[in-house]
Design a protein around this ligand. Structure first.
Ligand code: AMP
Length: 135
């Protein structure tokens, strides 16, 4: 047994409700769904966060998310969805194997995403500079 639950799911040693599979990705239902139809796209290979996933795989991940989201919305009768990727413990990532949540939404209350406080506009250019200088 590997230490990684999602690697075990890929190998079929831990059961999952599979929705889709190809050479690179597996999609299955989240065992603790935020809403009905909540699924997870995972890479078949083990990468911890988005930063580790090769660019060519990431380029395939969003088109796949688009396809799965469309199917999920039609399948469970939802009108909107969130795509969420937690990267690192501080962000809320619990399983250290890259995954993208697709969460169908019927109303805003299902997933209260809090927005931040209004920014100090005099500081934002410096924040942008700090990010740009690390690109
Ligand atoms: P995250 O906090 O982004 O790492 O989310 C991990 C997600 O994996 C959570 O929503 C869990 O409910 C889900 N999860 C954990 N174990 C399983 C499992 N065996 N089958 C399906 N989903 C799982």
């Amino acid at each position: 047994m590997s230490d990684c639950i999602f690697c075990e799911i890929v190998k079929g040693r831990i059961p999952s409700i599979r929705v889709y599979e190809d050479d690179n990705f597996l999609v299955f239902l989240d065992i603790n769904p935020v809403t009905s139809g909540h699924c997870l796209i995972i890479t078949k290979n083990h990468y911890k966060t988005t930063s580790e996933v090769p660019d060519e795989l990431l380029a395939k991940a969003l088109p796949l998310a688009k396809k799965l989201a469309k199917a999920a919305l039609a399948g469970v009768g939802a009108e909107a969805y969130n795509l969420i990727s937690n990267n690192g413990r501080t962000s809320g990532q619990e399983i250290d194997h890259w995954h993208l949540h697709i969460i169908p939404r019927r109303n805003r209350e299902e997933l209260p995403l809090k927005t931040g406080e209004p920014a100090d506009l005099t500081k934002l250019p410096f924040v942008a500079d700090a990010i740009r200088s690390n690109l």
